[in-house]
Design a protein around this ligand. Structure first.
Ligand SMILES: [Zn+2]
Length: 75
């Protein structure tokens, strides 16, 4: 029996995919911590979740630690 396995597009590490995983599931890479989306099952295909458009919002949250106004928004 062979475990389904894909490759991390970020660091090329082997990613073990749950046998009952579905398309659209997200998996975290053990090697680089990237969040990967399962886009294909046969063969296993993985995409970087950070390729998607919501990246900006995530960064805003990260840089929101101090009490500065929005005009100090970090790009
Ligand atoms: Zn990786």
């Amino acid at each position: 029996m062979v475990m389904p396995q894909g490759t991390c597009p970020e660091c090329k590490a082997a990613i073990h995919v749950d046998e009952d995983a579905d398309k659209g599931d997200t998996i975290e890479c053990d090697e680089c911590g990237a969040t990967l989306r399962l886009v294909g099952l046969d063969p296993i295909e993985l995409d970087l979740e950070s390729d998607y458009d919501d990246e900006d919002e995530d960064y805003d949250d990260d840089y929101d630690d101090d009490d500065d106004d929005d005009r100090d928004r970090y790009y």
